[in-house]
Design a protein around this ligand. Sequence first.
Ligand code: RIB
Ligand code: CA
Length: 329
Amino acid sequence: MADHRTPVFLDCDTGIDDSLALLYLLSRPDVELVGVASTAGNVPTDVVVANNLAWLDFCGRPEVPVHPGSPGPLVAPLRTAEDTHGPHGVGHSQLPPATVTASPVDARRAWVRAAAAHAGDLVGLAIGPLTNLALALRDDPYLPARLDRLVIMGGAFGVPGNTTPVAEWNMVVDPEAAAEVLAAFSRPDAADVLVCGLNVTEQMILTPDDLARLLESCDGAPLARHLADALRFYFEFHRAQDEGYLAYAHDPFAAMVALDPGRVESSPAHVAVELDGTLTRAMTVADRRGLLGPPNARIVTAADTATMMAELVDALAELAGRTGVESRR
Ligand code: RIB
Ligand code: CA
């Protein structure tokens, strides 16, 4: 076990790539996974909760608390993406239902408690809509100063959106929440914010060859077979979108950045979210000239995604190899 462990609080809308990010965090002995907030997005909140519990239980980590989030966005009606992530958010995988239940502490309270308990050390990782983080910030406006850093998967900078021509899914589901979060982190004593937009996460491509290497590396361990079933749905979705038989590993990219921010290039900007545009609602706007205000984030601009993908496959294979023995079939 690593001596110093990095405390991480994960907020996700598990989903297929969220699953990869969660498992990557579990693969790291130097990570203390403080809690998992479950946010409505790819699938409804209760399904996100069930998926998080199921993955944690399968990996022999039922002690990690799973915190149910708000039933929907701050203002917008909930929209989900079963076409992308499958009817239950984990593609074709038939994960055994968890034998443990969710925490009685909801996501907004869990964010506040985790930040207070790990003041100055906690790494926040948000890889779904920002609904529950926004609610937590309403409860504790000082939260931005309590984190060590916040890493967000969301937005699109200089590239098209994946949900509207200009906007990315996590921003589209709850634009008001994203706007509130980015505004809250504008305070001078706020922790660093790294935003991983589609401009870099769509460079993090997981191919069938990567999946084959994962399966081979762990002799087809049960966890890897569930990942293969999940990813096959994701591959099929992207092929149907004429993007190729592949998967964009948006969320594990953000997880890897959260644990090693120095491995990517980034640049400061004031990032805001359009709320009123007919065609541009939920668009992330990056101001690098101080026209909207001082920088409130660093936008990730470049990364060695080939090396990151190789490391991700190795980490998941290692986890599967040691989980495949104890886990329930
Ligand atoms: O746009 C990609 C993001 O939206 C990822 O976090 C994916 O899981 C979905 O939530
Ligand atoms: Ca996600």
